[in-house]
Design a protein around this ligand. Structure first.
Ligand code: UD1
Length: 369
């Protein structure tokens, strides 16, 4: 059996790390493709190095662009890769443009797709990631779901139970396997209590008022806010002319994107996480750090159900109020969800090995009528 695994953007690297190690352990033959969606050292190479992911066999060098350009270029290049060898399954992770492009290229060549992190839904089709999630799940043959709720989402969309596997959260496997290696970032020198802020979603960064509203809400707090700035956000702060205002607010300390091990340390020791990212909501939950999500919805429903996360949108007052509540300790502890452990990659690969009869693209529709 030969597997092709595809990564493109920062959150993908974190998810694929335990998977490739487990494939090596189980003696499964695989190639690793990096689409090049994220290419900066800080967003890409540092993650490969720290998480000891082997160098990709194939690098597509797709880079940035509009969604159409990025997805289209990746599909064209992926098709060439897929036609040059014989793969039994293409394994994709998460919900980024590279995930969608690789899945479509594979299924059109009748190569079955396995989707890791299947079934998450925000039910908001204005989010590019939601479009990616729905389409990838629709063309995948094996669906590896992180939570019971994500299994239900898939079944509600008519996807066969036989192809849907509750395996747990692979990003949590990476976290638990690296928790003893976390590295204290320099930015914490001389800092006592603090909060963490991450922000990169277009709906928050591209609208000047919304970005300012979030920064004001965060900056009002009684403790400093450490803000590792994503390249997209850095560019938007500059083009909106917000840099000056940010500098005036001494409560917000902005820094370059951190490495994986530094970011985990930062998050684990913070009083509160403020984020519009998906993965950070879950990482905060595992670190037992309360999270406020700067969006109007989340696909990570479990973080809300367990009381680890609250949606606060972008309103300055609401953000400040909720930060105050958390800093006063007005929240309850929560447990870690089932299967969010160190064996997720093993479950996924065992499913594939044990269900090789499912590794084909059916002639009938994938959805049960
Ligand atoms: C992508 C994912 C998002 C994920 C995020 C993690 C999609 C639709 N979005 O968003 O789900 O949470 O990655 O970071 O796939 N840029 C650089 N250097 C890089 C990469 C990007 O400077 O190495 C800049 C470019 O100006 C680019 C912008 O960031 O235009 C956005 O990059 P892109 O990969 O398109 O989306 P992200 O916002 O990073």
């Amino acid at each position: 059996m030969k597997v092709l695994t595809v990564v493109g953007a920062r959150p993908n690297f974190v998810k694929v790390a335990p998977l490739v190690k487990q494939m090596e352990k189980m003696g499964i033959d695989f190639d690793l493709v990096h689409t090049g969606q994220h290419y900066d050292r800080e967003l890409s190479k540092d993650f490969f190095d720290q998480l000891e992911i082997p160098d990709p066999n194939i690098y597509l060098g797709v880079g940035s662009g509009t969604h159409g350009v990025q997805t289209g270029k990746t599909m064209m290049k992926m098709e060439e890769v897929l036609m040059a060898d014989s793969y039994d399954i293409v394994l994709v992770v998460g919900d980024v443009n590279s995930t969608l492009a690789a899945s479509i290229a594979a299924v059109k060549l009748q190569i079955p797709v396995g989707h890791i992190e299947a079934g998450y839904r925000s039910f908001d089709m204005q989010m590019p990631e939601e479009v990616n999630r729905v389409l990838v799940d629709r063309v995948s043959q094996l669906l590896f779901a992180p939570t019971e709720n994500s299994v239900l989402n898939l079944l509600n969309e008519g996807i066969d139970k036989e192809r849907t596997f509750l395996v747990g959260n692979i990003m949590v496997e990476t976290l638990l396997k690296n928790i003893h290696r976390m590295e204290r970032p320099e930015v914490l020198d001389d800092i006592g209590d603090y909060m963490v802020l991450t922000l990169h979603r277009a709906e928050n960064t591209d609208d000047r008022n919304r970005l300012l509203s979030i920064l004001k809400g965060a900056g009002n707090s009684d403790v400093p806010v450490i803000f590792p700035v994503h390249p997209r956000t850095k560019e938007k702060l500059r083009s909106h002319g917000i840099n000056g205002e940010l500098e005036k607010n001494k409560n917000i300390i902005y820094t370059k994107p951190l490495t994986y091990l530094e970011f985990q340390y930062l998050l684990a020791h913070s009083k509160c996480a403020l984020t519009d990212s998906g993965g950070v909501q879950e990482e905060a939950m595992v670190h037992k750090v309360p999270c406020l999500t700067l969006r109007k919805n989340t696909e990570r429903m479990i973080t809300m159900q367990y009381g680890a996360n609250k949606l606060v949108g972008t309103d300055t007052c609401l953000i400040s109020t909720e930060i105050g509540r958390i800093l006063r300790g007005e929240y309850k502890a929560w447990p870690i969800p089932p299967f969010w452990d160190k064996r997720v990659s093993k479950r996924i690969l065992s499913c594939i090995v044990d269900h090789q009869e499912l590794l084909f693209v059916p002639t009938s529709d994938l959805i049960t009528q």
